[in-house]
Design a protein around this ligand. Sequence first.
Ligand SMILES: C[S@@+](CC[C@H](N)C(=O)[O-])C[C@H]1O[C@@H](n2cnc3c(N)ncnc32)[C@H](O)[C@@H]1O
Length: 237
Amino acid sequence: MVPVSISPCGPPIPYDLSPMDPNLLARYQSSSGAAAYRRKYERSWIRRLSNRRELAIVDRALDRAAAAGRVLDCPCGAGRLTPTILKHADEVVCADISAPMVDEAREALAPLEQAGVVSFAVAAASDLPMEDDAFDTAVCHRLIHHMAEAQERAGVLAELARVASRRVVISFSDDSTWKGRSQRRRGVARKRSALMPADLFAEAAAHGLTPLGKPLRLNGFHSLVAVAVFSVGSART
Ligand SMILES: C[S@@+](CC[C@H](N)C(=O)[O-])C[C@H]1O[C@@H](n2cnc3c(N)ncnc32)[C@H](O)[C@@H]1O
């Protein structure tokens, strides 16, 4: 397997490497914000339920990807997805632009790090310090809906396609869902950017990513969240 080269958890990464809303990014980059994000999905029964359903979709996406071996989880946030990814992988590398967020993930996943199946890096998704084809699959969950411009998403799609040898799994806000259509009809101002699946597929195709089936949806009625699975370059199996 190609070795993964990872930068140590050092100083904060400059804001201009993340096109996310600066106020939100500042929250994720702070210790208190990172700690709050770690607890976010435990705070109420509705959040616990939505967390369970979201992890189930990621699980299905990784099944569809037939993910195996070494998998990238970027952005890892506080490590919420990592145990689910490990059901499909021998090893997970968790990367995030926020050092405090990586610290939270490291604390949450300490037994897995000790077991040698999880490692960490502070890195921007558009500038990953890993070799080409370092992973079987790259998972990018809850990032690109923060990117309003196609050019910003392109930087991330290019890097995911470069470091993954077989599959890329990406969540996005799906504008073709009932909620998406309803928001558009009512002219609701959105905090996050939503995409039609065909538009995401076209953007991904520019980086050699081919969709494997339709996006998996969390819930077309209540949520915009969808997860798309892509085959990388000529890797069709
Ligand atoms: C909503 S959280 C999602 C975390 C995790 N995937 C989850 O679902 O729990 C978004 C994360 O993206 C990270 N982030 C923002 N811009 C980034 C970038 N350009 N590269 C890598 N991580 C980034 C933030 O620090 C934050 O941890």
